[in-house]
Design a binder for this molecule. Structure first.
Ligand code: PEP
Ligand code: CO
Length: 411
């Protein structure tokens, strides 16, 4: 194979080119496509190699130093909430929850935001009904508009450039914040993370570190592959296999241990601590059967992964009024079951991956949101229902106590 000469050349030669890729916008014939791709390929990376290495170093020591990992933010970031003020509010929330987690557990907490690039969403349905019309689903501001008309929902590749610019603004505020708050090894972060979903975008932000010749993904510190795109022989996993960032992988309840082992072999072939974060998101009930064989399999194969619980995505239900919601009691139960299962297998339960809003939203039921009726008060999510800060605090307190905050809802 021809030796790549530059990042842009490498992209054409990347092993993911020509591989199947689920959940991609159909926009290659759009007139803005070539220009958007060129703009990204020649743009500076949004995060630096020393930052990525620092996070990877922190993740490699979590179990040894009994340090927790707390990753949280919006399900989908909005282009309209990337101002310095919005970003500062989100960073303060992350630190407030991180500090509380630390205070209650006596453990240090590495902090990661779902921010600075979380603009693309996988969808189970390509179309949705709106006022008796079938329109394309919202796929994140990197792909289309959240406005519910057929025209606004057309995928526009130039949105990738807007996503880059919005992310750049957020990353700059995050960098200043980290510098101002004199981060130490014990209050590391907040670092950025997002689902590496749009292959056209992510592949064009890969850069080579001239010092080591390693490739890095310049779009974020910690990219992850989602439950719908983690097939080992497909583009998303191939792309993340090629870069030296720490990487995450979501694991749903239907995953079989052989598949997860293949993902581990692809993403962590050298069995390096700090490289791979596995994020089960199985649901309150299904986690009991589904997680143990996977933990056993991964541990027996010697992959030193970080185990992180996403207790949100397996517990989504439709409320009586049609709004998507999650019950805090279910979220808490899954998180505690996760920890018990991981610890029963003598592995380290590193912490939580959550969807939490900086505003005082009413999207999940529990705590201050007393019932499904109350969801209508302030439901602003672009995608999945997020916890508000007080609900997230309740979850963190339950983790710290090691006991469920309340009885399980009947199934
Ligand atoms: C998400 O994290 O918002 C998401 C879509 O997750 P998953 O891939 O686990 O469904
Ligand atoms: Co979500």
């Amino acid at each position: 194979m021809q030796q790549p000469r530059s990042a842009a050349d490498f992209i054409e030669l990347g092993p993911w080119e020509g591989m199947p890729a689920a959940q991609q916008p159909d926009w290659r014939d759009h007139p803005a496509y070539p220009g958007a791709c060129r703009a990204l390929a020649s743009a500076p990376p949004l995060v630096t190699v020393p930052e990525i290495r620092q996070l990877r170093g922190s993740l490699s020591g979590l179990a040894r130093t009994n340090t927790l990992l707390l990753q949280l933010g919006d399900c989908a970031e909005s282009f309209y909430e990337c101002t310095p003020r919005h970003t500062a509010t989100k960073l303060e929330l992350i630190d407030r929850l991180g500090d509380r987690f630390s205070e209650l557990t006596g453990q240090s907490v590495v902090r990661v935001g779902r921010m600075g690039g979380q603009f693309a969403k996988p969808r189970s349905q390509a179309f949705e009904w709106h006022e008796a019309l079938s329109i394309p689903s919202f796929r994140g501001h990197m792909v289309n508009s959240d406005i519910a008309t057929s025209a606004a929902r057309q995928a526009n590749p130039w949105r990738m450039v807007w996503a880059y610019e919005a992310s750049d603004g957020v990353q700059r505020v995050m960098r200043t914040y980290r510098q101002r708050h004199g981060r130490t090894a014990t209050t590391d972060g907040p670092w950025s993370s997002h689902e590496a979903l749009v292959v056209d975008y992510e592949s064009r932000l890969i850069r080579r570190d001239p010092d080591t010749d390693d490739l890095y993904l310049g779009s974020t510190h910690l990219p992850w592959v989602g439950e719908r795109t983690r097939q080992p022989a497909e583009a998303h996993v191939a792309l993340l296999s090629s870069v030296a960032n720490p990487v995450g992988c979501k694991i749903g309840p239907a995953a079989n241990p052989d598949d997860i082992l293949r993902v581990c072999e692809a993403l962590d072939p050298r069995r390096e601590p700090g490289r791979l974060v596995l994020i089960p998101r199985m649901g309150r009930d299904r986690i009991r059967e589904a997680l143990p064989p996977i933990v056993r399999r991964v541990a027996n194969a010697g992959h030193p992964v970080v185990w992180l619980s996403d207790p949100m995505h397996g517990n989504t239900v439709t409320s009586r009024f049609g709004l998507k919601t999650r019950h805090l009691a279910d979220v808490i139960t899954e998180a505690l079951r996760f920890r018990d299962i991981v610890e029963e297998h003598r592995q380290y339960a590193a912490g939580l991956h959550l969807e939490v809003a900086a505003d005082d939203v009413t999207e999940c039921v529990g705590g201050s949101v007393e019932d499904e009726e109350a969801l209508r008060r302030r439901y602003t999510s672009l995608c999945d229902p997020r916890l508000n800060a007080s609900q997230a605090t309740e979850l963190i307190e339950a983790w710290a106590k090691g006991t469920a905050a309340g009885p399980c809802r009947p199934a």
